[in-house]
Design a protein around this ligand. Sequence first.
Ligand code: AMP
Length: 379
Amino acid sequence: MSLPPGQIIGILGGGQLGRMTALAARPLGYRIHIYDPNPDCPAAPVADHVVTGAFTDTAKIKSFTKGVDVLTFEFENVDTSTLYTVAPSCPIRPSLEVLDISRDREKEKTFFRDQGFPCADFAIVDSPQSLASAAERIGFPCVLKTATMGYDGKGQIKLQGPFEAEKVWSELGAPRAILEQWVEFTLECSVIVALSPSGETACFDPAENIHRHHILHQSIVPGRFPKEVAEEAQNLALRLARAMKVEGLLAIEMFLTKEGGLLLNETAPRPHNSGHHTIEATLTSQFEQHVRAVTDLPLGNPALRHPVVMTNLLGDLWPAEGSPDWKTLLREPHCKLHLYGKAQARPGRKMGHFTTFSPKLDSPAPIKTANQLFRQLEK
Ligand code: AMP
């Protein structure tokens, strides 16, 4: 049953994804309650109500959910054991079972393999001994990744050749991990798909993603790959979201191999950094789609309006005092700037992004303009 406009959407987490979701919920008439440990989180100024509390505070989270009509998330690293006790009092979308898969690489990769989805070869490791034997089977290069709490390349160690298992295992410092074959990919891409509780589906065009130091730098849409690859990526995304029984959004990161095949890397059951261009470049943004999906409204049209490049603005660009000079960017006629209102800039911290559009619908994505604007800011 759909939750009509006017009802309250509760979001666990008040970072930029919560902020942009709250901004998209307003025109549809929903109210947004945010739960976050930081009272000054990016979503706070645009939310109707903010509850400050730790993500481990079961009692507080329970009382937060009593005041909302549906609960959703802006990140998947939530301790779901707290939330299982909440389940009967309000709908949770996506479900905790989906979160449990997405937040744990071991469960996620095992799900891919068991359900027949293509992914890099991997082994589950829980000791120096199992690490050594996994490396022997998988070969080099390979990459060791913590099972939980890994993002933006954190909790990963690349192994180029023979290594000291005891040393590497203690360096990783996690109780469980996966060892994964290194993929010689030609590019990385991602697809965001929405599924509503009523069973509607809508899929955004795949983005080509460029990373710098393991953090997303740019998303380019349409990506520079053949149409058949884009179609295959969307098919895989839809099949996976259905298999996981997602209610809400699912973002799926993939590798395009030298042979032209796609391998699933990881999933996030929420709006995703590689979908920020949708705010201006598609008929329905990923944030509006998230709102529609979790409230079970009809899904919006995800069609691309014009080719686009989204470029992340990390704290590295900020001077010691003040903020970068945005004038050149703001004067660019086919560019939009988004700042997340974070008071402190730190290296690697996502402070905002800018979106650059092609003036002509049939032109390629405006990579040159995006790069020129970015270089200007780097100076
Ligand atoms: P992840 O946190 O798993 O998304 O990894 C962060 C980034 O590391 C990915 O976007 C890739 O650029 C790179 N990476 C992760 N796993 C692999 C792999 N098995 N082979 C090659 N590159 C990888």
